[in-house]
Design a protein around this ligand. Structure first.
Ligand code: NAP
Length: 284
């Protein structure tokens, strides 16, 4: 039996046990997956108890994604470049860190027939997830990335981060950033192939939603529209895009894909991602 945890503070809201449960049950693995409340500063004692208790790996959420780094024997490329870890494998008493978040989105997009290579991509929002997916899109060969955000400085910082590693990773992506005004976004997305909502606007339990979505009218007809939100399954943002004839995708596929990738790491086994994705996402 494989023993897994998700750690964080708060932790009771975490959907990880359910999501990993779907994946591990689908592949027929005997597992135990528990939420563990670990407060900031308590990582060291948690790690000791996890190793002693035979835990095989754990997912991390706030506030540990960065603090875990000094405890790792090795860190994978994505986790290193994002400066954040969401998956830790424990092997022979040593910790190995990974980040499957952004690759989860790349996989979900590819399952929906979209490759980011040579594409012009616009991200609305410049928080934690925007930062990781923008960097991943650049590394995966997007031709242009535009980021629009309420706090323009945060959008600028993400673009600068990409610009700073361009030479090191042979990145050719052009970057551009701007404010969150509807008219400004409308002007900026005319050549976009993929428009992503990476803000919590429209999410269940969050106050606030897009008041004016008419900027979507200026998208090319074949542009794809993605909302990283999965609750509700179809936000106002996605409904508007669908009504305008765009292909749409919500955040559920990303959520499932990053879990499948983490489970590959825990099990040290290549999984049939396409089959799992179809069985879980399309049947949920
Ligand atoms: P975050 O770090 O808190 O960033 C939130 C972003 O949204 C910031 O850029 C913020 O702008 C902007 N924002 C918040 N309220 C806004 C408002 N009222 N008007 C305009 N902009 C607003 O959050 P995150 O971790 O990046 O997550 C962003 C979204 O992605 C959330 O909806 C989350 O649920 C979703 N997500 C989905 C998955 C998945 O697996 N599907 C994974 C991770 C995240 P400022 O910078 O101006 O504050």
């Amino acid at each position: 039996m494989i023993k897994l945890n998700v750690i964080g503070d708060p932790i009771m809201h975490s959907r990880s046990p359910k999501i990993h449960g779907l994946v591990l049950s689908e592949i027929g693995v005997d597992f135990e997956y528990e939420r563990v409340l670990v407060k900031k500063g308590e990582l060291s004692s948690y790690i000791k108890s996890a190793i002693d208790g035979g835990v095989d790996g754990f997912n991390l959420t706030m506030p540990h994604k960065v603090d875990i780094i000094p405890y790792l024997k090795e860190i994978d490329f994505d986790a290193k470049i994002f400066g954040a870890v969401n998956t830790v494998k424990i092997k022979n008493g040593e910790l190995y860190g990974f980040n499957t978040d952004a690759m989860g989105l790349i996989l979900a997009l590819s399952q929906n027939g979209f490759s980011v290579k040579d594409k012009n991509i616009t991200i609305l929002g410049a928080g934690g997830v925007s930062s990781t997916i923008a960097m991943k899109f650049a590394i995966e060969g997007a031709s242009e990335i535009r980021i629009f955000n309420r706090s323009v400085d945060k959008a600028r910082e993400i673009c600068e981060k990409i610009e700073n590693v361009k030479a090191e990773f042979c990145i050719k992506t052009k970057t551009m950033f701007g404010g969150f005004e509807s008219a400004y976004i409308a002007e900026g997305i005319k050549n976009t192939d993929l428009l992503i909502n990476a803000t919590p606007l429209g999410m269940t339990g969050v106050d606030g939603d897009y008041e004016d979505l008419s900027f979507i009218d200026s998208l090319k007809k074949d542009a794809m529209v993605c909302d990283l939100i999965y609750s509700p399954p179809k936000t106002k943002f996605l409904s508007y895009a669908k009504d305008k004839g765009h292909r749409i995708m919500n955040g559920y596929g990303m959520l499932i894909s990053q879990a499948i990738l983490a489970d590959e790491i825990y099990l040290e086994q290549k999984l049939d991602i396409g089959k799992l994705f179809t069985n879980i996402v399309n049947n949920s």
